[in-house]
Design a protein around this ligand. Structure first.
Ligand code: LMR
Length: 392
């Protein structure tokens, strides 16, 4: 069976971490995989998470199974964090998943089961793993125009005309905030037009919300999702707690279906439970229990909100420092960087230039020019800008 197997291509993002670890050069810079780093370059355990974890471990009585849908209280609290207090909660069914990628995969499985002919339209560009997850679910995919790579600006008119040409019943994958890899988010007026176009065409939004809190703030970053939920009959949401709780390796996420009726939402929830069951029986409990305890304890929740805001500000200040340093090199070429949101932006440089930065200067970024701004600190911004200038 295995003699004819071919090796998979290396993962564009994760393979960088291995290369970086093996690099022995002094002063090497890791702008690859999307994890938050503090000013000392560490990916810390948030103090709110450490507090919740200590209490949880001290009081945990059992490790018996939780059930295929995970912990219902966790699901409720994450639902409220994402959809907000005005959400039509009776029409939302959800389950806990193994991270945001797990949520994407179970929702992709649900689409494949319910509408195998539907085409999933993804932004060009999008997170590389979106392509792999959707292909794994045997879904047909195509891209819609999203970013003008040269200017770093959203191609809103082209995006709207691509939506107008989608078949009713097709699915559109949207990044709820902090677009990965570009950081180019629609502004509020753009979202209104996108939602109008989606409503007019009868396509199903499949929202990936993996960076809530890293753009403009926890509430602001959920605004587009909440508008969609208020306006549209149905939507799918894949939620990740990896970044905003800093619990990457614990694999904590949730998958939600907004349906037209409470009855349909209940059925969708049960079907999501089946998707979990066939993939891994049930989601891992530990990290989700910590998120539940934080969100369910007002003082801890307030502390955590402050910690997310501090992470957001740190990344935003790195972004501002780099935007300023790059403006001195070529103000027009790098103008969009300062306006983009979240951890990522794509530098308008070629894959060959990315390779040169790695080979000549030990600066690691994804081949499409994506940089993780959390990997930088403000003092390194001019160094990075000069390095980029040297390969232009
Ligand atoms: C990223 O985009 O770097 C993160 O979401 C990590 C990953 O799994 O790719």
């Amino acid at each position: 069976m295995f003699q004819t197997m071919t090796a998979p291509p290396p993962d564009k993002i994760l393979s960088l971490s291995e290369l970086f670890r093996a690099d022995t050069r002094q002063g090497k810079l890791d702008l690859g995989v999307g994890v938050y780093k503090d000013p000392e370059g560490r990916t810390p355990i948030l103090p709110s998470v450490a507090t919740a974890e200590a209490a949880h471990v001290a009081t945990l009585q059992t490790k018996a199974y939780v059930g295929p849908g995970g912990d219902p209280r966790f699901v409720e609290l994450v639902r409220d964090l994402a959809f907000g207090s005005e959400a039509p909660v009776t029409r939302i069914g959800g389950v806990q998943t193994a991270g945001g990628a797990g949520a994407l995969r179970v929702l992709a499985g649900l689409i494949a089961q319910q509408a195998p002919e539907a085409v999933v339209h993804v932004p060009d560009p999008t997170w590389v793993n979106h392509h792999s997850v959707l292909a794994d679910a045997r879904l047909r995919t195509t891209s819609y125009r999203y970013l003008d790579a040269a200017s770093g600006q959203l191609r809103i008119e082209e995006m709207l005309s691509d939506i107008a040409a989608m078949a009713p019943g097709d699915v559109i994958l949207l990044h709820g905030c902090c677009h990965n890899p570009t950081g180019a988010d629609p502004v509020a007026e753009d979202w209104d037009r996108i939602i109008d176009a989606i409503a007019a065409r009868g396509v199903l939004p499949f929202v990936d919300l993996a960076y809530q809190g890293f753009g403009d703030g926890l509430e602001q970053d959920a605004a587009a999702l909440r508008k969609m939920a208020a306006r549209l009959p149905e939507l799918l949401l894949a939620y990740s707690c990896s970044k905003n709780f800093g619990i990457y390796r614990d694999r904590v996420g949730a998958a939600f279906v907004l349906s037209e009726t409470a009855e349909a939402a209940g059925i969708a929830k049960a079907q999501l439970g089946v998707r979990n069951r066939v993939a891994y029986s049930m989601p891992p409990d530990h990290g989700a229990a910590l998120v539940r305890d934080i969100l369910g304890t007002p003082e801890l929740a307030a502390q955590w909100r402050g910690e997310v805001e501090a992470m957001r500000r740190h990344v935003a200040s790195n972004r501002a420092a780099l935007a300023e340093a790059l403006a001195e090199i070529d103000a027009q070429r790098f103008a969009a960087l300062g306006t983009q949101k979240g951890m990522f932006s794509c530098l308008p440089i070629s894959a060959a230039q990315v390779d040169r930065l790695r080979d000549e200067q030990a600066i690691y970024m994804v081949s499409d020019g994506r940089i993780n701004l959390a990997g930088l600190d403000a003092a390194q911004a001019p160094v990075l800008a000069r390095a980029v200038a040297s390969v232009l």
